[in-house]
Every structure is written in C-alpha cells, then in structure tokens.
Design a protein around this ligand. Structure first.
Ligand SMILES: Nc1ncnc2c1ncn2[C@@H]1O[C@H](COP(=O)(O)OP(=O)(O)OP(=O)(O)O)[C@@H](O)[C@H]1O
Ligand SMILES: [Mg+2]
Length: 234
C-alpha cells in the first residue's frame, strides 16, 4: 500500500464529472509529478486529494488510513500540506507573518520550523519583514512552499510551483524540492514544465480529460515516444 493512495477518484464541481477514475500515488521521500494539458483536471485532482472536492466515487488513503471523509484542515492535522496554484500567499502580510499563518494549527514552538524554512530559502530570511506582495514571482513561490512546510507535513502537495518563473529560478526551486524529498517528505506536484519535472520525478502521471493516460517512472515517461510527442513537445 502506497504512503498516499488516491484511487478511483470521480467527481467535479456540481455539474459533470471533471475527474473520472483518477489515481495518484506517492511514497515517502519520493517525488510524484502530475502533467497533462491545460484543463485536464490536474488541479481538480489535487483538490480532491486535499479534500476540497466532494468525490462521488473513490478514496484517499494516507499512511494506511482512509481519510476520504476528512475536511482539508483535518488533512493538514494528519500531515498533508498543500500549495494551491493561485493566490497561495497573503500579499499584504510580511514573509514572516505568512510563515506564521502557515503554522496556524500548531500551538508548540514554531521557531525551529521557521529557521528551517529560512535555511532552505535564505532570501526569505533577508526579506522576512517585507510584504510578500513585493517579492518576485520565484520568491513568492518560496514563501508559499515555506508556509506549507510550517505544519511539518509528511506529504507536500504543490500545484505548479514554478508557474511564471524563469528557467534558472525553476531549476533552483526544483533543487529545493529534491532536498525536501530527501528529508523523507513525500512530494506530489503538478507541473507545466513537464520535461524538467519528470527529470526529478520518481513517478509521473499523465492526466488527460480527467483520467490517467500514462503512469510510469519519470525516466520511462521521458523515454516514451508517444508521451514525448503528445505531451513533452517532441
Ligand atoms: N471551481 C470550479 N468550478 C467549476 N469548474 C471548474 C472549477 N475549477 C475548474 N473547473 C473546470 O474543471 C476543468 C479542469 O480544470 P483544472 O483547473 O482542474 O485543470 P488543470 O489541468 O489544472 O488546468 P491548468 O493546466 O490550466 O492549471 C476545466 O474544464 C475547468 O473549467
Ligand atoms: Mg491547474
């Protein structure tokens, strides 16, 4: 049984189903990447794993426990962290306040977690008192990832963490994500930069029209002719 096993996920936003029999899995310390065309349902599948979507069918099992019925804030308590695709920082709050907001469920000392985030992303330590809205796109994404780490998740879910950043910043963010995975945290990540993301992925899922089209190791997907032609630009 996988550390996270989301299987048979079927549901949408009240109208037609957006995802159908969708499956996502990830192991501790591994990186799983979800790719696919715009509108394929990647974000919807992530929301379903995090409990933001009412599934008509399917289940989410996390560390051996069926959590399908849990609300998002309860999933945070059992060890899930989620960085959504949009509006993932509080722009008027400082970097440090964003991190503190991230720790909202904790009533113990969070200073060590904060220091860990500052070690991972040194620029955030420098800018700790600056409003997040004044940061560059890449720095904001660091704040968003750091905020999610403040609850000490065992599974970190990232929806397009490199959206709108330069290739150099993307590489740096991917390096940090690899570092996070090496600490034993499971990473489930949606990425538009499919080729680069699959290069750091242990496993990849290609979603098309709300359902799994290809599932394999990152390496095998990168080598698959059809995947390359249809989803990786040749
Ligand atoms: N809140 C919502 N209410 C109704 N429909 C929605 C909602 N969010 C997304 N959809 C629809 O669900 C489908 C899948 O959207 P989703 O955002 O999951 O795709 P995606 O693969 O993440 O796309 P992108 O690559 O553009 O981020 C789209 O047709 C979209 O219009
Ligand atoms: Mg999306």
């Amino acid at each position: 049984m996988s550390f996270l096993a989301a299987t048979g996920m079927t549901g949408g936003y009240g109208g037609a189903d957006i995802i159908t029999d969708c499956e996502l899995r990830v192991e501790r310390g591994e990186i799983a990447v979800v790719v696919g065309p715009n509108g394929a349902g990647k974000s919807t599948a992530m929301k379903a794993v995090f409990g933001m979507l009412n599934l008509r069918e399917g289940s989410v099992v996390f560390d051996g426990t069926d959590i399908t019925g849990l609300a998002p804030q309860e999933r945070v308590r059992v060890g899930m962290g989620f960085v959504p695709q949009n509006r993932n920082v509080f722009v008027s709050l400082s970097v440090e306040e964003n991190l503190e907001m991230g720790a909202f469920i904790r009533d113990d000392d969070i200073s060590q977690s904060k220091e860990q985030v500052f070690e991972l992303f040194p620029i955030l330590a420098e800018k700790r008192n600056q409003p997040a809205g004044e940061l560059s796109g890449g720095q904001r994404q660091q704040v968003a990832v750091g905020r999610a780490l403040m609850t000490q998740p065992r599974l970190l879910m990232l929806d397009e963490p490199t959206a709108g950043v330069s290739p150099i910043v993307m590489d740096e963010l991917f390096d940090r994500i690899v570092e996070i995975a090496k600490t034993g945290i499971a990473i489930l990540m949606v990425e538009q930069n499919a080729r680069q993301a699959l290069e750091i992925a242990d496993h990849g899922f290609v979603l098309v029209q709300g359902t799994n089209r290809f599932t394999d190791t990152g390496e095998a997907l990168l080598a698959n002719e059809e995947v390359r032609r249809s989803f990786l630009g040749g």
